[in-house]
Design a protein around this ligand. Structure first.
Ligand code: SAM
Ligand code: SF4
Ligand code: SF4
Length: 339
C-alpha cells in the first residue's frame, strides 16, 4: 500500500494523524480552555469553515499512501460533533487504516456508546484527572460528576471497546490523586496513563514548577505498589510503560516535558478547519482546506502534503527549556488541534 514512505528532515516517517473534528467543548479545563478566555464571547470556528466528513475522508485517503495507518479523533470535545460515528465508520473503510482511536473527556460517552460500537470503534482514551468531584469541577469549570465519566468508561468496556485513561498531573492541584487513581484503575482492564502538564497554547499559565515529572510520578507509585519498566510496543510510542511487579497490570507515563520524545514523533495533526500541523507546539499550519475547496487535483494535494512533511524539522519539546522566547511564541491552542 505504501507507495512512497515519506521521511521528514530528521528522518521521521509520517505514520499517524490526529484529526480535530471541532474546536468546541462542554468543559473548560484550566490547562486547555480557561473559562476567562474561552467565555461566551469567544469566537469559535463558524460551521462553514469546518471540514465536512467527506473532506476529512479525502485528506486521510490521500495520506495513506505515505504511510498513515493510525488515526486519532480528537477536538475540542469530539463527541460534540454531530454524527461523529458516521465519520468513524467511513474512516474505518479506508484501505490501509489499521487503527482508529477516539480521545474524549468521557462526559457524553455513555449516550453515544451504542453508535460508536456500531461504527466499529475499537479504542477510546478517556481523560480523567481526579476521582474527587470538587477538584473535577474546579479543573473543568463545569458541574459534571466524576461518575458521569466512570459510567462512560464502563459502558465502553461493556460494548467491547478498549479504554485507556489519561490523567494530566499538575503540582499542588491533583498530584495527591496520583496514587488513588493508580489504585482505582489497578485490576481493571483500563490502562492508566499519566501526562506531564505541558505548555500548550498561550493561556494556561504554565511553568516548570507546576510539572510533576515522570520520575516523581513513578517514584510515588513505586513506593506503594512496586513497578518495573516494560519495553515499548512500537517505534514512536509516546508513553513509557511500567508493570506492577509480578503482574501484567500496566501503567504509562507521557513525559513530553522531562523526557521528550521528538526524535520518534511520527504524528501530523489536522485541525477542524483543515490546517495541517507538524507539531503540537506549532505557530502556524498549512491550509489544506483552501486547496481542497479550490478543486485542486488529488496529485496537487498529495504534492503539498509531501512538501509539508518533507520540510518538517519540529522538535519543540527537545528544545523547550533552551528557548529564550518561549513565552512570546504564539502557539496554536490545544482545543484547536487536539492533544
Ligand atoms: N476533549 C477531549 C479530552 O479532553 O480528552 C479531547 C481533546 S483534549 C485537548 C486531548 C488531551 O489533551 C486530553 O487528554 C487533555 O487532558 C490533554 N491536555 C489538554 N491540555 C493539556 C496540557 N496543558 N498539558 C497536558 N495535556 C493536556
Ligand atoms: Fe475540553 Fe478536552 Fe480541552 Fe478539557 S482538555 S477543555 S475536555 S478539549
Ligand atoms: Fe512531536 Fe512536536 Fe511533541 Fe516533539 S514537541 S513530540 S515534534 S508534537
Amino acid at each position: 500500500m505504501i507507495q512512497d514512505p515519506l521521511n521528514d528532515q530528521l528522518g521521521r516517517p509520517l505514520q499517524d494523524l490526529r484529526i480535530s473534528v471541532t474546536d468546541r467543548c462542554n468543559f473548560r479545563c484550566q490547562y486547555c480552555m480557561p473559562e476567562e478566555i474561552f467565555g461566551k464571547d469567544y469566537a469559535f470556528l463558524p460551521k462553514k469553515d469546518i471540514l465536512s466528513f467527506e473532506e476529512i475522508v479525502k485528506v486521510v485517503s490521500l495520506m495513506v499512501p505515505f504511510g498513515i495507518k493510525k488515526l486519532r479523533i480528537t477536538g475540542g470535545e469530539p463527541l460534540m460533533r454531530k454524527d461523529l460515528p458516521e465519520l468513524i465508520a467511513s474512516l474505518g473503510k479506508i484501505e490501509g487504516i489499521k487503527d482508529i482511536a477516539l480521545t474524549t473527556n468521557g462526559s457524553l460517552l455513555k449516550k453515544h456508546i451504542y453508535s460508536l460500537k456500531e461504527a466499529r470503534l475499537k479504542r477510546i482514551n478517556v481523560s480523567l484527572d481526579t476521582l474527587d468531584d470538587q477538584i473535577f469541577n474546579q479543573l473543568n469549570s463545569r458541574a459534571y460528576k466524576v461518575s458521569d465519566v466512570l459510567e462512560g468508561i464502563e459502558s465502553a468496556a461493556s460494548a467491547g471497546i478498549q479504554v485507556k485513561v489519561n490523567m494530566v498531573v499538575q503540582k499542588g492541584i491533583n498530584d495527591h490523586d496520583i496514587v488513588p487513581m493508580a489504585r482505582y484503575f489497578r485490576g481493571t482492564p483500563h490502562i492508566l496513563r499519566f501526562i506531564e502538564f505541558m505548555d500548550v497554547g498561550n493561556f494556561n499559565d504554565w511553568n516548570l514548577e507546576k510539572v510533576v515529572s515522570k520520575k516523581e510520578i513513578v517514584q510515588l507509585i513505586n513506593e506503594q505498589m512496586p513497578l518495573e519498566p516494560v519495553e515499548a510496543n512500537y517505534f514512536g510510542e509516546v508513553a513509557s510503560r511500567y508493570k506492577y511487579k509480578g503482574t501484567d497490570e500496566e501503567i504509562g507515563v507521557i513525559s513530553s516535558v522531562s523526557d521528550s520524545f521528538c526524535s520518534s514523533c511520527t504524528r501530523a495533526r489536522l485541525s477542524a478547519n483543515g490546517q495541517l500541523y507538524t507539531c503540537l507546539f506549532a505557530t502556524k499550519g498549512h491550509d489544506l482546506r483552501k486547496l481542497i475547496r479550490s478543486r485542486a487535483k488529488d496529485q496537487e494535494i498529495t504534492d503539498e502534503i509531501k512538501r509539508i512533511w518533507y520540510g518538517r524539522h519540529d522538535r519543540y519539546s527537545d528544545e523547550r527549556l533552551l528557548q529564550t522566547n518561549r513565552k512570546e511564541r504564539k502557539k496554536i491552542e490545544m482545543s484547536y488541534i487536539g492533544g
